[in-house]
Design a protein around this ligand. Structure first.
Ligand code: DXP
Ligand SMILES: NCC(=O)COP(=O)(O)O
Length: 237
C-alpha cells in the first residue's frame, strides 16, 4: 500500500500572488483529506515564497492524516519542526535560491551532521526521511544516519520516462530493493504525475509514500477547467 501525500506548496504560491487568502490553504488541506488524500506535505523555504512558517503552524490543527514537512535543516527549520511535531520530517539539501529541489543528500559526506539532526528529531518522536538520488552508496549512507526512511528524488526518472526511456526506473528499483534489505522505509517524490505514477509504483518494491504537488495541482486545473468555465457561462446566460 503506497500512501499519497499531497504537496500544497503551489496553493500557497497562487495565494501569495494576490496577497489575500484565495485559494485558502487550510480549506484545500481539509478538502484533500476529505477526498481521500492520505497526507499533506509542505516545503517551507527560507524566503517563504509559498508556504509561510505561520502556515506550517496553522496546518497542524487541520492535518489529521500524515503531516510531512520538508526542508533544509537550517536552525529556523529545525526549530519550526520541533515546535510543530509533524508525523514526518523530510530533509532536503536545497540551496536558499534554488527554484525547486535539485539534488539529494550526499549521505556519506554529511553523515555526522545528518546523524545529529536526525537524532534530535527521533528524540522528539518525529519520523525522519532523507531525500536522496538513486545511488546505492547514498542509501547505505542514509541507513547509517539513523533515518527511518529515504525519499527517492524522482526528477531524473520523470524526465526520462516522459521521453519514453522506461529503463530510467532501474536505479530506483535497485535502490528500493537495497533499502528494503537494510530495513529503511522508501518514499519518493518530485515530478511524479498521473502519467508516470502507475509505472513507477509497479517497479518500486515496498514504496510506502509518494508526495506529489506540482503535477497534481496542474492536473487539477486541467481536469477542472471545463466544469468551471461552464459554470461561469451558465451564470452569464
Ligand atoms: C523535496 C522535493 O522534491 C520538492 O519537490 C519539493 O517539496 C517541491 O518544492 P517546490 O514546490 O518549492 O518546488
Ligand atoms: N517531495 C516531493 C514533493 O513533495 C512534491 O514534489 P513535486 O510533485 O511538486 O515535484
Amino acid at each position: 500500500m503506497t500512501k499519497l501525500s499531497v504537496n500544497i506548496n503551489k496553493i500557497a504560491t497562487l495565494r501569495n500572488s494576490r496577497g489575500g487568502n484565495t485559494p485558502n490553504l487550510l480549506k484545500v488541506a481539509k478538502d484533500v483529506q476529505d477526498f481521500g488524500g492520505e497526507g499533506i506535505t509542505i516545503h517551507p523555504r527560507p524566503d517563504e515564497r509559498h508556504i509561510r512558517y505561520q502556515d506550517a503552524h496553522d496546518l497542524k490543527s487541520v492535518v489529521h492524516t500524515e503531516y510531512n514537512i520538508e526542508g533544509n535543516p537550517i536552525p529556523e527549520f529545525i526549530e519550526l519542526v520541533l515546535n510543530i511535531k509533524p508525523t514526518q520530517v523530510t530533509l532536503v539539501p536545497d540551496a536558499v535560491d534554488a527554484i525547486t529541489s535539485n539534488s539529494g543528500w550526499d549521505t556519506v559526506k554529511n553523515k555526522e551532521f545528518l546523524q545529529e539532526v536526525i537524532s534530535e528529531f527521533n528524540r522528539n518522536d518525529i519520523r525522519t526521511s532523507i531525500f536522496v538520488d538513486p545511488l546505492e552508496k547514498m542509501i547505505e549512507g542514509a541507513k547509517e544516519t539513523g533515518a527511518d526512511r529515504i525519499e527517492l528524488y524522482t526528477e531524473a526518472f520523470a524526465s526520462e520516462y516522459a521521453k519514453g526511456n522506461l529503463e530510467a526506473v532501474k536505479p530506483y528499483t535497485k535502490c528500493a530493493q537495497l533499502a528494503n534489505d537494510l530495513n529503511i522505509g522508501v518514499n519518493a517524490g518530485h515530478d511524479l504525475s498521473l502519467d508516470n505514477i502507475k509505472f513507477f509504483k509497479e517497479n518500486i518494491p515496498g514504496l510506502l509514500e509518494v508526495s506529489i504537488g506540482h503535477a497534481l495541482i496542474s492536473e487539477s486545473i486541467y481536469l477542472g477547467l471545463e466544469n468551471v468555465v461552464n459554470m461561469y457561462l451558465h451564470k452569464l446566460k
